[in-house]
Design a protein around this ligand. Structure first.
Ligand code: ATP
Length: 296
């Protein structure tokens, strides 16, 4: 039996984010196109003979107790499958926190995948995704990774092919945004909706220009109003020549899709001039993800 396993927990970006309506259960009915990028946290899982879950995080301000989504993932699996051993979870954070990149959800998903191996549970990705839904709406998507259309409250996942390979510049101003607050301020009846079907088609056809022109996130206006610096970053990224620019999730991270490597440096360096957290990464295809899931 393996005693230690390391798992990658990649960030996601939203190529499209629509809100259809507010449901009676308080959640919003959404339609999101999401894709993983190669900015990832590292999760080290170490088998413990004692019956406990220990969490340690490289970032001091991320909770290391039952509030941590990776802890919750371990707890659910432990209870559901009567595991009487424990695990030590060490999280090396690289994904900025409260950034709209699903860092916490991805840590939970990676913990589910890793413990599935460590505890030899033999659960399918579908089963892990269904368990993930109990932790948070984005966890199911993060269990699969790659590219998907997410509906319902975000937990119903239809996997679609990867977009064509490109660079992604991520820029995050030094603020954290509360997803619940942004959804709370959204006026659902005043939304201009994205064309989600057209986005899925453009991705399936690997039409990069069309993907860029269809980028749309209905939460942008709410976050832009509360944090004008996010709107400014979007404008700067467009000015520096990104092919398509959008805020991810509820923000504040803004991403730019860039086809030509020659343009990447200009955009990256231009943003570094006034934004402390800037990353140049790539989209991850499903094949790459499947091959490299446990390599860190
Ligand atoms: P979402 O859009 O789902 O809110 P996000 O990417 O904007 O995701 P996260 O980085 O997941 O935000 O962090 C949101 C909150 O979740 C943080 O305030 C943090 O305290 C809490 N959290 C719990 N577990 C984790 C984790 N493993 N990593 C980061 N944050 C976590």
């Amino acid at each position: 039996m393996e005693l230690k396993i390391s798992v990658k927990a990649p960030a996601k970006i939203n190529l499209s984010l629509d809100v259809l309506r507010k449901r009676e259960d308080g959640y919003h009915e959404v339609e999101m196109v999401m894709t993983t990028v190669d900015l990832a946290d590292r999760i080290d899982l170490v088998h413990l003979e004692t019956d406990q879950i220990i969490v340690d995080v490289s970032e001091g301000f991320v909770p290391n107790d039952e509030r941590n989504l990776a802890y919750q993932a371990a707890k659910i699996l432990k209870e559901r499958y009567n595991i009487n051993k424990g695990v030590s979870i060490y999280i090396t954070k690289r994904i900025p926190v409260a950034a709209g990149l699903a860092g916490g959800s991805s840590d939970a998903a990676a913990t589910l995948r890793g413990l599935n191996e460590l505890w030899q549970l033999n659960l399918s990705l579908d089963e892990l995704a269904s368990i993930g839904t109990e932790i948070g709406s984005d966890v199911a998507f993060c269990v699969y990774g790659g590219t998907a259309l997410a509906t319902g409250r975000g937990e119903i996942i239809e996997r679609i092919p990867s977009p064509p390979p490109c660079w992604v510049v991520l820029a995050k101003p030094p603020i954290g945004v509360s997803t619940a607050e942004v959804y709370g301020k959204l006026k659902v009846d005043q939304i201009t909706h994205p064309d989600t079907k057209a986005m899925v088609k453009a991705i399936e056809e690997k039409n990069f220009t069309e993907i860029c022109s269809l980028l749309h996130n209905v939460l942008e206006d709410v976050t832009f109003k509360a944090y004008p610096e996010v709107k400014h970053i979007k404008a700067q990224m467009e000015r520096f020549g990104a092919d398509g620019v959008l805020m991810s999730g509820s923000g504040p991270t803004v991403f730019g899709l860039v086809l030509k490597e020659s343009r990447l440096n200009r955009i990256y360096n231009g943003l570094r001039g006034f934004c402390s957290n800037v990353y140049a990464v790539r989209l991850i295809s499903q094949q790459h993800l499947d091959k490299n899931r446990t390599k860190v």
